[in-house]
Design a protein around this ligand. Structure first.
Ligand SMILES: Cc1ncc(COP(=O)(O)O)c(C=O)c1O
Length: 404
């Protein structure tokens, strides 16, 4: 029976009533948060093991990020790119340095960064590589997730994401993820880019076979094709390095960044590349009213400075080992497989036990919030400020759920 002193049931009902049902959220209504912890409208606390799909790598309301946002709110919030503001240059320079690239192009959402990367790669193809007009193609991977625009869903292999949103944008060739021979065979003279997630998050935190990414790098260099790494979810500390590509010593031609770049406060995304690539854009050819706004730049500069210390990458690497050791101990006890790097894990639950959704509901009852993806797969991506004890707590709750 529903306890009518609780605010959650009514808030869940109202939220469902007045919105399109393009999400199926867990029935929990969050009111406040700090660090790795969330509190709902009834005062119950939950350990956040999703971190806004990695948008909250530095935890909820990181004091340095909140201070930067407050200070900027009191001075200047928006100019548009018609004028230059005093937060812009520092952000672009410091992010370019973090990426080891000449230039950055700030946008807002991850999908916009991907769209920007696609447009830049095509323009580079026509103007630098010499691809005949209208003939450019981009090689992408099965199981990809790059966002929700009509062009991006055109090359999704997830029917839920794609069906009935056509007509679809042409110019993409889909190959199996992790298969270097298939990728090399798909490249032709008109290929301008290979667009990949170095680890496929939405697909279930799928890590490609060792040697795959360096192989892709080699093929791209040999064939004069841009390697575009979508590090929107995998980047900025999540895997125990600044970029997931680093684990295999790979440097892409273009980084696509988002999520954690906004510090969990504002949407901030960016494309980073050298001048021979990003330099193809000229005034009037691309833009966004809110891209690179003062509030976004103030917060994101602070994010870049947090990453420049290396502290969060170290935490993710060290605590990630603890997380993965804990999860591995559950293989054969309800889990059939565990994948991932750093504080990022995809878990396959024995499908005869429960679905991923059921596991998330049961974890929620035990005060841990996580998200399922595809059937009986769960992903864990706690804020990088989580402690060793909190990781042990999350693993213990998962063990209890799996034990039924
Ligand atoms: C790898 C990757 N690329 C792009 C996106 C799209 O980002 P956004 O939701 O900010 O548009 C996501 C979001 O989950 C993602 O995981």
């Amino acid at each position: 029976m529903v306890d009518d002193r609780l605010r959650t049931p009514g808030a869940v009902r109202d939220a469902e009533r007045f919105t399109a049902h393009n999400y199926h959220p867990l029935p929990v209504v969050i009111a406040s948060a700090e660090g790795a912890w969330l509190t709902d409208v009834d005062g119950r606390r939950y350990l956040d093991c999703l971190a806004g799909y990695s948008a909250l790598n530095f935890g909820h309301r990181h004091p340095g990020l909140i201070a930067a946002a407050h200070a900027q709110l009191d001075r200047l919030t928006l100019t548009s790119r018609a004028f230059i503001h005093d937060q812009f240059a520092d952000f672009c320079r410091e992010l370019a340095e973090l990426c080891g690239k000449d230039l950055v192009l700030p946008m807002n959402t991850g999908a916009e960064a991907v769209e920007t990367g696609i447009k830049v790669a095509r323009k580079w193809g026509y103007q630098v590589k010499g691809v005949p007009a209208g003939q450019a193609n981009i090689v992408v991977a099965e199981g990809n997730f790059h966002g929700r625009t009509t062009t991006i869903v055109s090359f999704s292999t997830d029917e839920d994401a794609r069906a009935d949103f056509g007509p679809y944008t042409p110019g993409f060739t889909v190959v199996p993820y992790g298969d270097l021979d298939a990728l090399a065979a798909a490249i032709d003279d008109n290929t301008v880019a290979v667009l990949l997630e170095p680890i496929q998050g939405e697909q279930g935190v799928v890590v490609p076979p060792e040697g795959y990414l360096p192989g892709v790098r080699r093929v791209c260099t040999e064939r004069n094709v841009l390697l575009v790494a979508d590090e929107i979810q995998s980047g900025l500390g999540r895997t125990g390095a600044t970029f997931a590509c680093e684990h295999e010593g790979v440097v892409p031609d273009m980084y696509l960044l988002g999520k954690a770049l906004g510090g969990g406060i504002v949407p901030v995304s960016a494309v980073a590349a050298n001048a021979d690539v990003l330099g193809v854009l000229k005034p009037g050819q691309h833009g966004s009213t809110f891209g690179g706004n003062p509030l976004a730049c103030a917060v994101a500069t602070e994010v870049v400075r947090l990453l420049a210390t290396g502290e969060f990458q170290r935490r993710s690497a060290e605590l990630g080992e603890r997380l993965h050791a804990g999860l591995q101990s559950l293989v054969g006890k309800g889990l059939v497989a565990v994948r991932g790097r750093g504080l990022w894990a995809g878990l396959d639950i024995d499908p005869t036990l429960m679905t991923g959704r059921q596991a998330c509901e049961r974890l929620m009852e035990r005060g841990v919030l996580a998200k399922d993806t595809h059937g009986s797969t769960l992903r864990l991506a706690p804020p990088l400020v989580i402690t060793a004890e909190e990781i042990d707590h999350a693993v213990a709750q998962l063990a209890a759920v799996l034990a039924g």
